[in-house]
Design a protein around this ligand. Structure first.
Ligand code: ADP
Ligand code: ZN
Length: 221
């Protein structure tokens, strides 16, 4: 089973993906996490990715596609994967289709998360992430605060703000999303595997509610 998380930054892709990982027993693979890990370790990839990420731009397609292709050949994702943050361009989506076809697989479901813009900014500015690379839990100071201030509920590590979570970078990331990533909604709509979910406090629907919806929808398919 190949599931894709689609949606603008701050719509809750990571949160929903982690919940789905637990509920469905298949692994989440986040390109953003892969880049951040490499940036922290100062690898060649990390140095390159940082140049783009710090400005709120996308990492070039050829680099990103290669990473995902290699990752999909690891044994832990043989039976299923939740791709979180990939694809993000039409080129990436086309290449992914080819990569999967070569392995006798296809994209089974695309979860498209939508959230009003003003809520997105508020959400990202209040986002805190666990500094433990093995844990990576995500919190929100308003919507989903940790039990103890600045400490991860799951592992007790310190919570930090992502470097690219400044208002200026968020605006740039949103603009890039609408320009480069949003055409994928139509791309997958045509393939017939799109499931759109509104994530918004205005309708009292957050990540965990969406994850439950998705699981019951998948059971019906
Ligand atoms: P968000 O969805 O909140 O922007 P991510 O962790 O998914 O967070 O991504 C962080 C950054 O990593 C992006 O802003 C982008 O620069 C880079 N990135 C992640 N995935 C991709 C991708 N598929 N293609 C190009 N760049 C990517
Ligand atoms: Zn943690």
């Amino acid at each position: 089973m190949v599931i894709i998380m689609l949606g603008a930054p701050g719509t809750g892709k990571g949160t929903v993906a982690v919940l789905l990982q637990e509920k469905l027993g298949i692994k989440q693979v986040s390109t953003g996490d892969i880049f951040r890990k490499n940036m922290k370790e100062g690898t060649e990839l990390g140095v390159l990715a940082e140049k783009y990420i710090s400005k709120g731009n996308l990492v070039p397609d050829d680099v990103t596609i290669k990473i995902v292709e290699d990752r999909l050949d690891q044994p832990d994702v043989e039976n299923g994967v939740i791709l979180d943050g990939f694809p993000r361009t039409v080129k990436q989506a086309e290449e992914l289709d080819k990569i999967l076809a070569k392995r006798g697989k296809k994209v089974d479901k695309v979860i498209n998360l939508t959230t009003p813009d003003e809520e997105i900014i508020e959400r990202i500015v209040n986002r805190r992430v666990c500094s433990n690379q093995e844990c990576k839990a995500v919190y929100n100071l308003v919507l989903n605060p940790p039990k103890q201030e600045n400490l991860c509920d799951k592992c007790g590590s310190k919570l930090v703000t992502r470097k690219d979570d400044t208002e200026e970078t968020v605006r740039k990331r949103l603009a890039n999303y609408f320009e480069q990533t949003s055409p994928l909604v139509e791309y997958y709509e045509k393939q017939g595997n799109l499931l759109t979910e509104l994530v918004s406090k205005s309708i009292n629907k957050l990540g965990k509610d969406v994850a439950e919806d998705v699981v019951s929808q998948l059971k019906k398919d």
